[in-house]
Every structure is written in structure tokens, then in C-alpha cells.
Design a protein around this ligand. Sequence first.
Ligand SMILES: *Cc1c(COP(=O)(O)O)cnc(C)c1O
Length: 443
Amino acid sequence: MVSHFYSTRNLALEAQLPAVVFESLAPDGGLYWPDQLPTLPASFWENAANLSFPELAYELAKPVLGKWIPDQALHTICHEAFNFPVPLVELEQDVFLLELFHGPSLAFKDVGARFMARIMSFLLQQGQWKADVGKPVHVLVATSGDTGGAVAMGFLQTPGIEVTILYPSGKVSHLQEQQLTTLGHNIRAVEVNGSFDDCQALVKKAFADTDLRQQVQLTSANSINFCRLFPQSFYYAWAAVQLRQNAAVKERLVVAVPSGNYGNLCAALIAQAMGCPITHLIASSNANNVVPRYLRSGQYAPLPTVPTISNAMDVGLPSNWERISHHLGGDYATIRKAISGYDFSDEVTTLCMEQIHGLRHQVLEPHTAVGYLGLKSYKKYNLPCTGIVAATAHPAKFLEAMPEKVAADVTIPERLAKLSDRTKASTQMGPDYDSFRQFLLNR
Ligand SMILES: *Cc1c(COP(=O)(O)O)cnc(C)c1O
């Protein structure tokens, strides 16, 4: 059972779950990591295929969060958070798509956001975290698209929590914008006349503003937060135990993760550490390829972010790599053994979407296509394996980034289509910090 968390930069800097959840980042700038990842016994894994997704989630959550969240509450949280299907779909022989996009915002980030919102709400209700300024906890997120929607929908009407989402004006898709700006209640959208980096800079400034933070209690909901990333391990466990039931599945089970900030890949490592029968992991990226380059060369050399068609993975400096590296002892040989990395240009990704559509009549959106390509590259030069590709978003969210012929085959889910006509409400502002600060104080 996990008894505390510590900073990846200092093992002696210990914290309890409430601080991990509400502070996100350790005070020394490191990321929180649990003192252990309890391994569930082989007998558990052998019988786990009989469990529903929420039940499996509950069994994995208990040994990690049980010290702070009693069983009954954790059980309820798992059932409420994971109320949508996570299908495993066979694409071709030995290749399965794990469809993570059936939640409210149609991206895998729903899993983390919905779980985290409920954990936060529980800790607040129990008084385990004192909102010491006597005001609601204020979640701040800068988004280039997908994170904002998942957080907005995940935290909608969560008692005691206000959410402010900053996004760059004109730089997110219409449907993404509708997801951020039409919900009302405790969700507010700030439309910044600037870039995503400007939004992120405003959030960082607010977090660094000690005077502001005495008046407004700020917290973050991106994947630096352990509680957003941890629940993502549940679906890898879910996929692996389903496949283990299938006699045609190979002994070696490999997971390919289209990656940006590397939270999702880190979650797969967590599942593996808890005993989930996954053999190997694949980090698949677009031109923002710092990790695949590191895996090839041993040199960790970040470069500025470049825009691509799989824009939710346009991250030049992935925050969660610090966790992954720490977990694997920081040793290149160990990391290389656990993870293979590949990266693909937009041209190759587009060709892949066209080919899969032509050959298999299956629609892949750009992020999932990058994941699929990574798996195929790995399979070419390694022992036979069965592969799982994390299908991270619904194709309807990325129509503009897909070949026309493929996009024409996408059915827009009704709940997304409905959003289209709702009235947008946002506060527009420039990228200067003073107006943003005032906005936060006036709440
Ligand atoms: C966020 C996102 C990713 C990248 O996930 P990380 O955990 O940041 O590596 C991949 N695909 C989609 C669709 C996303 O929204």
C-alpha cells in the first residue's frame, strides 16, 4: 500500500495525497511519485478478465489511494468516473485499437479528468484539504485543444471547484471551442489574443504570484498531476487482461502510445509495474521527437515545438519524461529495454490514414495513426507480438487534419453535433498578465 509520495528530485521531500492532488507540482519543481507501486498477485491478473472496467479500476486504485480514500468512496468514484465503454477493436491480425474516446469530450483525457475531479471533490468534502483562504479551489488550465474540453466536462458542476480555461483565440477547432465555452456553471473560458505559449505563460505567472495565491487558491489539472495520469493505467490493464483471454494472442504483448507530454506512456508503465502482463512499450511521436531521438542516441536534446497535424502531441519539452526516467532509474540501458521510440512526419501519417482507410475501411485520426505507425515499425524488426494501439481521440475531433476522403467517412457523434449550436461565452483578453490577474481576483 502506498504510504506517501515524494518528489522526483528529492526522495526526502515527502507529501500526502491531498498535497499531491492540490499542489500538482512538488515545491522543488519535481513531480510527485508514490513510494511504491504495489504489484498485484499473478492470481489476480489471471482472474481479472471477469471484472468490469470500473471494478478493475477499483482493484488497482485501492493499493495506491486506499490510505486516503476509503474503499466505499473509491468504489463509487470508479463507477461514476468510468461510465462509458472502452472497446478493444481488432484492426488487423495482431493489432488492436484501444478506443479511449467514448467519454464526454471524445478524447482519452476524459478518463483522467473525470477521476481527478472526483478525488479532489472527495478530499475537499472530507476536509482533508483545507481551502485555507475560505474560497473555492480554482483549477487553471491552458489548452491547445483537448485538455480543456476534458477538464471542463470532467469538472462541470463539481462542488467547491471553479475552473478557468485559457485558450488561444482562433487557434482551436470550432468543436473544441464549443466544448470550452458553452458549459456555464463553474466553468469559465478565457480567450487569449495570442498563442498557446502565451496562455501557458499566463498560467505559470499566476502560479508564481505568491500575493495572488494568498487570495485565490490555485491548482492545476494537467498531466503533471499524478491523479490525472494514474487512472490512465487502468485501461492498459483492462486491455491486457481482455487480450490474455484470447488464445490467438501472442505471448508478447506490446503497447504503442502516441505521445506528447508522456503522461499516457507513464500510465502504461504504472500498469506494468503493478503486474499487468505488458511486455514492452512504444513511444510514438510526430516531428516533436525528443524522446525517440533520445532512445536512439542516448542524448536528451529538446528542440522548440513544431506544429503538426497531430497537434495534441506538439510538445517540445515533455513534462512527464522526468517521471518515466525516474521510475526506470534514470539509466539509458534500462529505459531502452523498456521502451522503443519512433517518430513520423505529417506526410507519412497522412499516407497511413489513407492506406488504412482504403485497405481496412477503418478511420484513424492523426494521433492514433502515429501510434499505429510506431507499432508497425517495431513489429518489423522484433520478435512476433500482439500490439495494442492507444486510440486517443475520436476522428470527429480532427476532421481538418485528415485526408478529405477519410474525413468524409466520419460520423459526428450526436453529443458533439449538439454542441455546435450552443451559445458561446468567453472573456476575451490580451496576453498581458495584469488583466488576467484582475480577472482571477474579481471572481
Ligand atoms: C493529449 C493527447 C495526446 C498526448 O498524450 P500525452 O499523455 O500528453 O503523451 C495524444 N493524443 C491525443 C488525441 C491527445 O489529446
